[in-house]
Design a protein around this ligand. Structure first.
Ligand code: SAM
Length: 263
């Protein structure tokens, strides 16, 4: 244990192998330049849960971009920290802590990933937690905070820099998607209660469903083609889509935070 009181509360430890693959791949693909340029290539998997699989996998995926990357798994439940120790190896450590993100030697991470952690807190707590985590980042660092289903088929996350929220990414296994608003149940805490008429995220998902319906004739070419056409239509309608076809083909779309932020 760190000896300092960890900030936060112990919550359910549900996790699964490969659950966070969509988030990991997005980080490695879209922030490769940041990872490669980082003076200290340390990432934090905050709240890794009852088993440390997501931290192990994050390290593997980051090392494809930055071979000397390191991951520190930080968990607020001391029993889960003890259970993870057999998985520790050079470049992969597990420590007790919370939103204060304790790291030895005053290190500041280039990445903090908090998946399925804030979902169990109150919406009113989110802004302060974001502020606290952003303040721990290295200059130019990245905070990714979001939610997914048990096996990672549906995922929504917010990306923040030291300056504040930047984007929201919706990522899904297209073969199991009925319509884009299926992702609403996996919105991060900052947005999950805002999917109601009058709120920007509701307007976005409604427009996305409409574009998806319009793109239905492309289904014969596959769900990827249909998704890409629907995203293009959203972009043409003025939604600030910040990524392009290479990501759309993965069943992703990223939009500027300001377009979906609570009204
Ligand atoms: C549902 S699990 C998520 C596990 C993994 N991140 C995943 O997505 O599969 C949430 C974990 O976050 C931990 N947690 C909650 N608040 C925390 C905090 N403030 N700091 C560190 N860990 C925290 C809980 O103890 C729990 O083990």
């Amino acid at each position: 244990m760190s000896g300092v009181r960890a900030v936060g509360v112990v919550t359910r430890g549900t996790t699964n192998p490969n659950r966070l693959r969509r988030m990991d791949r997005w980080i490695a693909a879209t922030h490769a330049w940041q990872l490669r340029g980082a003076a200290d290539p340390l990432a934090v998997d905050l709240g890794y849960g009852a088993a440390p699989w997501t931290a192990v996998e994050l390290l593997d995926r980051l090392r494809r971009v930055r071979p000397d990357a390191e991951v520190a798994g930080i968990e607020i439940d001391p029993a889960r920290v003890a259970a993870a120790q057999p998985y520790a190896r050079p470049g992969l450590t597990f420590r007790h802590g919370g939103f204060e993100v304790p790291l030895p030697g005053g290190r500041r991470p280039v990445l903090i990933r908090a998946a399925n952690v804030l979902r169990q807190y109150d919406e009113a707590e989110v802004a302060a937690v974001w502020d606290r985590l952003r303040a721990r980042l290295a200059p130019g660092g990245l905070l990714v905070e979001g939610t997914c289903d048990e096996i990672g088929r549906r995922h929504v996350w917010v990306a923040l820099g030291p300056e504040g929220p930047r984007t929201v990414t919706f990522a899904t296994r297209l073969a199991s998607l009925d319509r884009p608003s299926d992702l609403a149940e996996r919105l991060p805490k900052a947005l999950i209660h805002r999917n109601v008429p009058g709120e920007p995220v509701h307007a976005f998902l409604t427009a996305f469903d409409r574009a998806w319906a319009t793109a239905a004739p492309l289904s014969s070419l596959g769900a990827r083609q249909r998704w890409a056409r629907a995203v293009r239509e959203l972009r043409d309608a003025g939604w600030p889509v910040v990524d392009g076809p290479a990501r759309w083909r993965q069943g992703e779309v990223t939009v500027a935070w300001g377009a979906v932020a609570p009204g």
